[in-house]
Design a binder for this molecule. Sequence first.
Ligand SMILES: C[S@@+](CC[C@H](N)C(=O)[O-])C[C@H]1O[C@@H](n2cnc3c(N)ncnc32)[C@H](O)[C@@H]1O
Length: 186
Amino acid sequence: MNLEQAKEIMGDEFYRDANFLNSIIDQLNLPKDSKILDVGTGRGHMAIILALQGYNVITGEPEGTFWADWESSAKKVNVDHMITFIPLNAEKLPFESSNFNAVFLYATFHHIGNKTGALVELMRVLKNNGVLVIIEFTDDGVELLRKRWKGHPDAVDPRDYSKDLNLKLKVIESEYLNAYLFKKQQ
Ligand SMILES: C[S@@+](CC[C@H](N)C(=O)[O-])C[C@H]1O[C@@H](n2cnc3c(N)ncnc32)[C@H](O)[C@@H]1O
């Protein structure tokens, strides 16, 4: 199934951000056998778009959290077999160091308590030359969300939490979402 077909099936929340998420994955040009982690499963949108592009994905959120029925959504677009769920916390990940080619967080970073600690941990599990992709709402994006969820938290800029970590960063901006790409180089 292609992204346009999935957008028709998945509904408006998916529809809104799908093209931006897809374009970020395109720009990374990762080999299809890359080891990929998606932190903060939520509705499963990030994992589903990665899987629609042909990547196998490990995804997870803290044990006991049930944000949404991501698995039913993945089944609707026939990619559930490409997504493996493991309970995890970004602040202390259950993986060895230097494990993943890419780690994605979409609309997750602003939920994390110890953001600088999580950045250190997320970089730890990346292989050398791997990339950490943090996708967060802009101020305009948050304003749009607040039309539906009044109490949505403010936008967060990961640069405010990475100043002392000396990481190489590229930012890709759009109206409602920004992507912060941190490259691991030892
Ligand atoms: C808005 S949802 C993310 C949307 C999701 N990435 C998607 O593609 O649909 C926020 C997610 O962050 C997760 N989360 C909150 N704190 C976390 C933490 N410390 N580590 C990992 N995930 C966390 C929540 O459980 C929830 O799944």
